[in-house]
Design a protein around this ligand. Structure first.
Ligand code: CUA
Length: 335
C-alpha cells in the first residue's frame, strides 16, 4: 500500500503543534472582531500604534529588568557611573522616548482625523437598549435598517452616532477605534473599509442587562454591490406571493406589531423598534443574538423576554401556532 504523503514528519509535527495550541494562538488574532486583524486603514493605523507601544514597551521593560538584576547582584563598587545612569536612564531617556512616542501618536491621530472626502457616505447610527438603529440619507429616499450596516469598500464612511436612551459605544475593532454614543450629542467617526468581508461590532459601554447582547455586523461590499443593496433597501416590502404569506402579514398587522415596527408598503409605521421592511435579508436577529430564519423569528416573537430579558419587545405567547408560523414565514420572505 502506498504511503500517505500527508503523514510525513514535518506535517505530523505541524499537525501536533496545531492540535496543542495553534488554533488558540491564531484564534486570538484572526476573526471578524479583532483589533489585530485590520480590515481598513483606520484599524491599520491603530494596530501600528499598538505594536510600536507594545514592542517598544517590552524592549524597555526587559532592559530595565536586566539592569535591575545587574544592580542587585553586582557589587556596588563594580556598578560604574551611577550618576550617569540616574541622569541618563532616569531623566534623559524617558523624556526622549516619551516625546518621540507622543509625536508618533499625534501623527497617527492626525491621519485618523483627516480622512474624509466629497463622496463620503453618511450613515447615522443610534444606539438603543439594546440594538442599533441605522439610517442612510434623509427625506423620501432615506433607508432605515437595524443591527447590520453595509458599506462600500474603499470609500470613506462618516458614521454619525447618537444614543436614544443611555450611553452606548460603537466599536468595530477590525475597522476602527471605538466612539461613545451619548444622548443629546452627535459624535462622528470616519472610517474606510478596504477589504470586503463581514466585520462584527459590539457595544463597548455597559448599558444595562443586555449590554452583552448588543452586537452588529458591518458588511463591506464592492461599490457596485453596495449600490445594488441600497437600491433594493429603498424598495417597499414585497407583496406576499401566496395566501400563506398574506395570512402572515394580516396576523402581523392584527396583533399590533405595527405599533413599534415599520414595514414600508404596509400600514405598519411604528418607530420604537427595528424597521422590518427587509428583515428577512439580514444575517442575524435581535442585535446578533440569533441567526436569522423563520424558526428564530418565531422563537423571538413568542419568547423575546425569555431570550433577552428586559428588552423592549414583549413576548407574544398568545399567538396560536398557525398564525405564528405564518407571521414568521412572511417576515422571512421580506428580503
Ligand atoms: Cu449598549 Cu452596551
Amino acid at each position: 500500500m502506498a504511503r500517505d504523503p500527508s503523514r510525513s514528519r514535518p506535517k505530523r509535527r505541524a499537525r501536533a503543534l496545531w492540535a496543542t495550541g495553534g488554533p488558540a494562538w491564531l484564534a486570538a488574532c484572526e476573526g471578524p472582531q479583532s483589533a489585530l486583524s485590520a480590515g481598513g486603514s483606520n484599524a491599520g493605523a491603530i494596530l501600528e500604534l499598538t505594536l510600536v507601544l507594545f514592542i517598544g514597551g517590552g524592549v524597555i521593560f526587559l532592559a530595565v529588568m536586566g539592569l535591575a538584576g545587574y544592580a542587585v547582584f553586582a557589587r556596588p563598587d563594580r556598578f560604574p557611573g551611577t550618576r550617569a545612569w540616574i541622569v541618563g536612564g532616569g531623566i534623559v531617556f524617558p523624556v526622549v522616548a516619551l516625546t518621540a512616542l507622543q509625536i508618533h501618536e499625534f501623527a497617527v491621530a492626525r491621519r485618523l482625523a483627516a480622512q474624509g472626502s466629497a463622496d463620503m457616505l453618511r450613515v447615522e447610527v443610534t444606539g438603543r437598549m439594546w440594538w442599533w438603529d441605522v439610517r442612510y440619507g434623509d427625506g423620501p429616499d432615506a433607508v432605515r435598517t437595524a443591527n447590520e450596516i453595509v458599506i462600500p469598500a474603499g470609500r470613506p464612511v462618516e458614521f454619525v452616532v447618537k444614543a436614544a436612551d443611555v450611553i452606548h459605544s460603537f466599536w468595530v475593532p477590525s475597522l476602527a477605534g471605538k466612539i461613545d454614543m451619548i444622548p443629546g450629542l452627535d459624535n462622528r467617526l470616519v472610517l474606510v473599509g478596504e477589504k470586503p468581508g463581514v466585520y462584527r461590532g459590539q457595544c463597548a459601554e455597559y448599558c444595562g442587562a443586555q449590554h452583552a447582547l448588543m452586537a452588529f455586523d458591518v458588511i463591506v461590499e464592492p461599490p457596485e454591490r453596495f449600490d445594488a443593496w441600497l437600491a433594493a433597501q429603498r424598495q417597499p416590502a414585497a407583496a406576499p406571493a401566496d395566501p400563506a404569506l398574506t395570512a402572515g402579514r394580516d396576523a402581523f398587522l392584527k396583533i399590533g406589531c405595527g405599533a413599534c415596527h415599520t414595514v414600508r408598503g404596509t400600514p405598519a409605521a411604528g418607530v420604537l423598534g427595528p424597521d422590518l421592511t427587509h428583515v428577512g435579508g439580514r444575517r442575524r436577529l435581535a442585535a446578533g443574538t440569533l441567526p436569522n430564519g423563520a424558526e428564530a423569528l418565531a422563537g423571538w416573537i413568542v419568547g423575546a423576554q425569555h431570550i433577552k430579558p428586559d428588552n423592549r419587545m414583549p413576548s407574544f405567547p398568545i399567538l396560536d401556532g398557525e398564525s405564528l408560523r405564518a407571521v414568521a414565514a412572511w417576515l422571512e420572505s421580506l428580503t
